[in-house]
Design a protein around this ligand. Structure first.
Ligand SMILES: [Zn+2]
Length: 243
């Protein structure tokens, strides 16, 4: 239930990681150019804002991919699509490795938050002297980054927050049970998000929630499968120890 390199444009390759842009990102461009037109005096600023959103999402995904590689995992693909980006990471099956691969994404946004905030404090202490459009652009970057950080940290599997929770639970509960608990919490969270989307009457929010819910449900089913495998393995061990 994630976009793949198929139907996507091959953008560039850095450090063995291929970056794809899904065609639907052009919908974001249309949104940017039509609904945000009034904010800036020229279209160039809208284009810059679009690229900045793209850049922030990409840096976040590179955080995941590089962290995954640093612990010996595989990460070769990043796909950007309108619901954000997806870094295809396969960290080793250890809770510490999974935790680092997931946490590194939001950590990039924490670093960006510090840099952007410090910029306004130290470089632009006197806002009156800053050209209006530069200031609006900085404000957009700050808001985009904070929204991405907070949204990604919601403890709803498979959002980063839900996956961090799962990795933490893994230390105590094991691989299968931790996924089941995190996906269970995620399903409750998805239901709450769905109520929020209905309240907002937003089709866009509804699509995001549906996407999260489907992947959370897949996580729940995977957890049940893992638990069944563990039971069968335990049974096999008992059988072989009897022989
Ligand atoms: Zn992430």
């Amino acid at each position: 239930m994630f976009p793949t390199g198929e139907g996507s444009i091959r953008l560039f390759r850095v450090g063995g990681i291929q970056v794809y842009l899904h065609w639907s990102w052009f919908l974001v461009a249309v949104f940017e150019l039509t609904t945000r037109r009034e904010v800036y005096g020229s279209l160039a600023w809208n284009a810059a804002e679009y690229l900045a959103l793209f850049g922030i999402v990409l840096l976040h995904e590179f955080g995941h991919a590089l962290a995954c590689r640093s612990v010996g995992g595989r990460a070769e693909q990043i796909v950007l699509w309108p619901l954000g980006g997806v870094a295809y990471v396969q960290p080793p099956e250890r809770p510490g490795a999974v935790l680092w691969s997931i946490a590194a994404g939001p950590l990039v946004n924490v670093v960006l938050f510090t840099v952007l905030t410090a910029w306004s404090v130290f470089v632009w202490p006197d806002l009156e002297s800053v050209p209006r459009e530069w200031w609006l652009f900085w404000r957009s970057l700050w808001i985009i980054n904070v929204v991405l950080l907070v949204f990604n940290l919601l403890p709803i599997y498979p959002l980063d927050g839900g996956q961090i929770l799962r990795a933490l639970l893994w230390f105590a509960l094991g691989r299968a049970r931790s996924l089941q608990v995190a996906a269970g919490i995620g399903l409750v969270g998805t239901a709450l998000l769905a109520l929020g989307a209905i309240w907002l009457r937003s089709v866009w929010a509804g699509l995001v929630v549906a996407f999260i819910g489907l992947n959370c449900w897949a996580g729940w089913k995977h957890a049940r499968w893992l638990m069944q495998m563990e039971r069968e393995n335990a049974w096999l061990r008992v059988e072989t120890s009897r022989d």
